[in-house]
Design a protein around this ligand. Sequence first.
Ligand code: LMR
Length: 402
Amino acid sequence: MSSSPFARVEQAPPDPILSLADLFRQETNPKKVNLGVGIYLNDQGVNPVLKAVKQAEKLLLEQETTKNYLGMDGDPDYGRLTQHLLFGADHPVVKDKRAATLHTPGGTGALRAGGDFLRGVLGVKTLWVSDPTWPNHKGVFNAAGLDVKTYPYYDAAANQIKFSEMTAALAKIPAGDAVLFHACCHNPTGIDPTTAQWKDMVALAAKGGWIPFIDFAYQGFGGEPEADAESVRLFAGAGVGFLVANSYSKNFGLYRERTGALTLVAADAAEAGRVMSQAKLTVRANWSNPPAHGGLAVKTILMDAALTQLWREELTAMRERIWSMRKLFVKTLKDKGVQRDFSFLEKQAGMFSFSGISKDQVLALRAKYGIYMVENGRINVAGMTTGNMDYLCSAVADVLKG
Ligand code: LMR
């Protein structure tokens, strides 16, 4: 080609999380350990397909009669069952039909649809995220045309939320801006607000007139799914209009099936209907209508009592294995003579911990031991196993000495 239209395209920077997964695949160290991308691994180091999902997929394969498009908002039962998981089946938001739910390609699709709705339908210009947050939030919301700013969240020295700084910042956010929260299992820090702190934030939203947007990617990884939904239910109970993006990647293990939902909570059923009509247009301009398979698997499980029970047991087992790895990691480091106190890991919830391991130490762990974690020191605790713990803790002890 004499002159390529792409000649001036520059090399993009690597994605801080997904590029690590590529590097890990290429890593040749036979003892390699993946604590990077947030996927659940079992004690054999394998990301399993849940038994409940396998059974639902078998039923789907037998019973599916068409590959016709779903509606722009996806399968209606899936939307209804998603609302039950978010709010509880008897919540007034559900009973009074105040919520509009779109079935989306993953939690990321839900965030993007929400961002497009905020920008395109409501005319919102700025969205505030916690410092730090999941790095892709900025990419998704910038792509939707929103300016992304941060509010204080994490106090690294004390391993806790900077709550008074955070509320002081939230109190100054102009009405009409949007504010993103993590419902539970904050990514990357693993530190969540208490009930009392959530109540303060709900009150600030009601007073300040900004729009809460809750990212809910880890329901069931902090505690029971209902307990993890506390923040969502507090906002719903306060009569504040808000958005929730939820994902079934982690709690149903449906990562590659891209299964999520965006729910917009309105003042009444008529408003929710108008909101849904506009939300469908944002979908039409993006992916037109969602992929069916993962959503239909979730629906099949949630419509069947025995499959729901099996799913809940499997979710509990995943959560408890992560808790046991947190404890074992802290204990093994101590046994290896590491002086630094890592006991804060046992107070954090979900897959992630902000370990306090520096960027240089992260890079040393990668180069010397084939141990992968995000450069900011975030570790995916779900990548630890009883088999790799000794190797991992010896390596961490070594780089902390250096
Ligand atoms: C993570 O934070 O590792 C996960 O949410 C996966 C992703 O898409 O980044």
